[in-house]
Write a protein that binds this ligand. Structure first.
Ligand code: ZN
Length: 89
């Protein structure tokens, strides 16, 4: 029969294995994002090289990106107000 100390070693080995496994999964997920498009995915406008270098994995031209950003802003404003109130309490 193995002693308790052997079990501890096995557990930490398992934890390290699951961490490296998770890292591999994350890296695999990030790889497709690394490919920048030369033309916008929405309107097929050419994306300037400066923008492609500045944003790895860029998929949209400036106009389409701004449209998407603007669509998300109203909700963020409401959330900020709500968190301010809760901080004052
Ligand atoms: Zn576009």
């Amino acid at each position: 029969m193995a002693g308790g100390w052997a079990r501890d070693g096995a557990v930490s080995e398992q934890i390290e294995a699951s961490i490296s496994d998770e890292l591999k999964r994350m890296q695999a997920r990030q790889k497709p994002v690394g490919d920048s498009l030369t033309h916008c995915a929405d309107c097929e406008e050419e994306i300037p090289e400066k923008r492609r270098r500045a944003i790895p994995g860029v998929k949209l031209c400036i106009d389409c990106q701004q449209d998407r950003d603007a669509a998300f802003k109203p909700r963020a404003g409401v959330n900020r107000r709500g968190s301010k109130d809760s901080q004052l309490k």
